[in-house]
Design a protein around this ligand. Structure first.
Ligand code: UN1
Length: 557
């Protein structure tokens, strides 16, 4: 039996038994791969619910559009209000639950994810088309996040602080913020919501999670696993729908005073809008936004490694990571040699449905909408004066690269694209294309390369290939970005390193690692007066007079 057959069985045996056993009905099983179409639900206060007006939307496999994963509630404003009320009701009990107990439940989530990893990975690939290898990376990132934070329940330290007055003690405590609105994109549908919700709940917050429109079944499976791990009802409430619907309702609820935190991963334009709403309400907001991530290749670099890093950064996940390569900045001295090797890689790219073909570099676009937006975005390249070296838009059976595997008419596939002669004055130098396209820029020397790397409005990730230690140091200190790879690709966050950007890539908050706790808690300073009287800070403090010097300092010299 091939891997694809194995997948069908594991999805049926694994996901169906363990995750969907809560009474989800099959709508039919007429899908071409034999997998069922399901009726999906919101999860509010632990209950499976439909939308208030009964409206639904479908989730389709982008590698095989005729494969429908299920129908999900197109949630209304009232559904979002109900979810927020459930999160508000669950908050006091969860905040009062000892933090080590909260950590134990998070540990259980990690262990359940490990137990069902193959099923979850297959489901992620079926729903958004990422390769199985990359889906496994995303699910592992969620597991790592659980395992990292489970023991933080035992380390949510405060401090004891000395008072300037006698018989008085000072303390600091971490306190939860309250109800958090969680909005994530569909490209890392397991890792990113866990980056947000695991630190949120370890701190004692409760959440309303708007699932990405293109990954509702995976989100449902993850939310079920969270509950199976022992999470009390109402701590995480899942609502499905569109960004312009449920997402907007969640943001509108900030104005109504129902939300204490928004954590958003998505476009810079939407992030700025959310930041404005949160700002005018003094509500905490974490924003992880777009990037036009530069990768610099210097003459001292190992060019083969640089080609591998640039190729993976640009075309892995079909370029649909926040950390994907945007501007590939190449020193003129190695331009021809690098480009010959790089283009050979690009032309050998294998593309297809990783459920049915081994070894593909990338699969379909995340959904039809991502393809349409990408194909519109790349129009700016040639229109702005760049030269197209490779790529012919959408892949069809009449228009496909040599490495395409399968029947192109079944899914949403696009060519890899490379544009050269890109300069700073072009729109495509500055704008994120969010798909398999790399814009190539020539640099005269190191200072020029660093200037170019800093010249886009974004500051998420960045990379340099060099074997000159001083150059690496100058790049690391001179680049304005949240993340930098030295002799490495622009991607590759780990669950214990801070992830996020500066400039138009975010508002300075971070995901991952211990620092993220700051984004989901506030410091509470407490003073305890034990003296039995009112003592005023600063005013009742003993002032110690200095003793006049009896030494004649001048006589010593
Ligand atoms: C994202 O694209 O939003 O480092 C997250 C990386 C991944 C996470 C990307 N581990 O590219």
């Amino acid at each position: 039996m091939g891997y694809a057959g194995f997948m069908v069985e594991t999805i049926l045996a694994g996901i169906m038994t363990h995750v969907l056993e809560t009474g989800l009905e099959f709508i039919d099983n007429q899908n071409p791969n034999g997998l069922p179409k399901l009726r999906g639900y919101n999860i509010i206060a632990g209950q499976l619910t439909v939308s208030g007006d009964g409206e639904t939307f479908e989730s389709h496999n982008p590698a095989r559009l005729s494969d429908c994963l299920g129908e999900f509630p197109l949630s209304t404003k009232d559904d979002v209000s109900t979810a927020l009320a459930a999160a508000r009701a669950a908050f006091p009990g969860w905040a009062a639950t000892p933090a080590p107990t909260r950590g134990q439940i998070i540990g259980n989530m990690g262990r359940l994810l490990m137990e069902h990893k193959d099923d979850i990975v297959a489901l992620e690939t079926r729903e958004i088309g990422k390769t199985l290898k990359e889906s496994a990376g995303s699910v592992q990132e969620a597991i790592d996040t659980c395992l990292f934070f489970q023991s933080e329940g035992r380390r949510l330290y405060g401090q004891t602080v000395n008072s300037e007055l006698p018989d008085k003690e000072l303390f600091t405590y971490r306190r939860p913020l309250g109800v958090c609105g969680i909005i994530n994109a569909c490209n890392f549908p397991a890792a990113v919501p866990f980056w947000k919700m695991i630190p949120a709940i370890i701190c004692g917050n409760t959440c309303v999670w708007k699932s990405p429109q293109d990954a509702p079944l995976l989100s449902f499976a993850l939310a079920r696993i969270m509950h199976q791990a022992g999470l009390p009802d109402g701590v995480i409430n899942l609502v499905h729908g569109k960004g312009s619907g449920v997402g907007q309702h969640l943001v509108d609820a900030v104005d109504e005073g129902k939300v204490n935190k928004i954590s958003f991963t998505g476009s810079t334009a939407v992030g700025k809008m959310i930041g404005e709403v949160c700002g005018r309400n003094l509500v905490s907001v974490s924003l992880e936004l777009g990037g036009k991530n530069p990768l610099v290749v210097m003459p001292s670099a190992n060019l083969d490694n640089a080609v591998s890093g640039a190729y993976w950064s640009g075309f892995g996940t079909a370029g649909q990571r926040c950390t994907s390569l945007g501007n590939l900045i190449i020193h003129t001295d190695v331009y021809n040699e690098f480009m010959a090797k790089f283009m050979a890689e690009v032309e050998s790219t294998t593309i297809g449905d990783s459920m049915r073909h081994d070894g593909v570099l990338y699969g379909p676009m995340l959904s039809e909408k991502y393809a349409v937006d990408f194909l519109a975005a790349i129009q700016t390249c040639e229109a702005g004066g760049a030269t197209k070296l490779y790529g012919k838009g959408r892949i069809t059976n009449d228009n496909k690269p040599a490495g395409f595997l399968g029947d192109a008419s079944e899914g949403v596939y696009v060519w890899p694209h490379v544009y050269s002669d890109v300069t700073e004055d072009m729109e495509c130098f500055h704008e994120e294309l969010f798909g398999p396209a790399v814009t190539i820029v020539k640099a005269d020397d190191f200072d020029h390369a660093l200037h170019l790397a800093n010249a886009s409005p974004y500051g998420l990730s960045s990379a340099i290939y060099t074997n000159d230690r001083l150059e690496a140091y100058r790049f690391k200190t001179g680049i304005k970005a949240g993340m930098t790879g030295i002799n490495n690709s622009t991607t590759g966050a780990e669950a214990h390193l801070p992830f996020g950007g500066v400039k138009d890539s975010g508002n300075g908050t971070r995901e991952s690692g211990i620092w993220v706790i700051e984004a989901y808690s506030y410091w509470h300073a407490v003073n305890d007066e034990l003296s039995g009287k009112l003592q005023l800070a600063q005013m009742d403090v003993d002032n110690i007079e200095m003793v006049e010097a009896e030494v004649d300092w001048g006589s010593l010299s």
